[in-house]
Design a protein around this ligand. Structure first.
Ligand SMILES: [Zn+2]
Length: 55
């Protein structure tokens, strides 16, 4: 999982780039914006593994 500092100019680009990408941790998951431990993140819909977390 990547961690990206919130407020960086490219943080929203990172989220947009990863949305709808396939999950690296399971076979048929798609990444979708959500929350992980209270932080904005991109998570897999299938296995709930966060790919990126903004903190
Ligand atoms: Zn997954």
């Amino acid at each position: 999982m990547q961690r990206v500092k919130k407020g960086r100019d490219d943080s929203h680009v990172v989220l947009e780039r990863l949305t709808d990408q396939t999950c690296a941790f399971c076979d048929d998951g798609l990444l979708t914006p959500g929350e992980y431990k209270g932080n904005q993140a991109i998570l897999c819909k299938s296995c709930n593994t966060p790919a990126v977390q903004l903190w």
